[in-house]
Design a protein around this ligand. Structure first.
Ligand code: C5P
Length: 223
């Protein structure tokens, strides 16, 4: 069974996806981390963000995998080509680069293949931008999660503070979210758009627990 959670940056997808997965006994897949890992690899190896053939090759050939911290059922650690990039993919440089990388159709094709392979192996809550529209259009539950720009930026600042990585400047974070939303929504390949059959949830003014509860009950109804 697949629960798809899509929406713009900072809408709270990761938090609610991980918690809902835990309550349902499902696995959880963060597809944004995969695009971030490819962007990190490109920056690290001096690849041009416009070099679609090279970036597509990275997405096809370099293995992206997830790992656990001891005692935590959610796979929070991210690796590409054997290197751990859990924190390195959350920097402001990767924030700035990732939308260019994810706009390339060959990168998307390679990562979507991997996402389907992973998701088809069990029960998954999968979060991203195109999960309900492209990756798993047959998902049992589709949620499109949004929140106001300011609330999303504030949450991202707090998350960056907690993690000790990424920008903690509200205006800078807000500008980055808006720039990425615009790039992700206007790209030709799999733009960020709600699936017609998605349940649209605006989390502005709601606690994470309220949103998680709603998603868990949608999943139980669909079972
Ligand atoms: O979710 P997160 O903010 O980590 O995603 C980082 C970027 O990866 C997004 O801004 C978007 O460009 C890309 N992405 C995507 N498709 C997905 C998940 C993420 O294009 N399914």
């Amino acid at each position: 069974m697949i629960i798809a959670i899509d929406g713009p940056s900072g809408a709270g997808k990761s938090t609610v996806a991980k918690a809902a997965a835990k309550q349902l006994g499902f696995n959880c897949l963060d597809t944004g981390a995969m695009y971030r890992a490819v962007a990190w690899y490109a920056l690290e190896h001096g690849l041009s963000l416009d070099d679609e053939p090279a970036l597509g090759e990275v997405a096809r050939v370099k293995e992206i995998s997830f790992g656990h911290v001891a005692g935590d059922p959610t796979p929070r650690r991210v690796f590409i080509d054997g290197t751990e990039v859990t924190d390195a993919i959350r920097t402001a440089q990767v924030d700035r680069a990732v939308s260019s990388v994810s706009a390339h159709p060959s990168v998307r094709e390679a990562l979507v293949d991997q996402q389907r392979r992973i998701g088809n192996a069990g029960d998954y809550v999968v979060e991203g931008r195109d999960i309900g529209t492209v990756v798993f259009p047959q998902a049992s539950v589709k949620v499109f999660l949004t929140a106001s720009d300011e609330e999303r930026a504030m949450r991202r600042v707090r998350q960056n503070e907690r993690r000790g990585v990424g920008s903690v400047d509200f205006d800078e974070v807000l500008a980055d979210l808006r720039r990425r939303d615009e790039a992700d929504s206007s790209r030709a390949a799999s733009p960020l758009v709600a699936a017609e059959d998605a349940v649209k949830l605006d989390s502005t003014g709601y606690t994470a627990d309220e949103i998680i509860e709603r998603i868990v009950s949608l999943a139980k109804e669909a079972r």
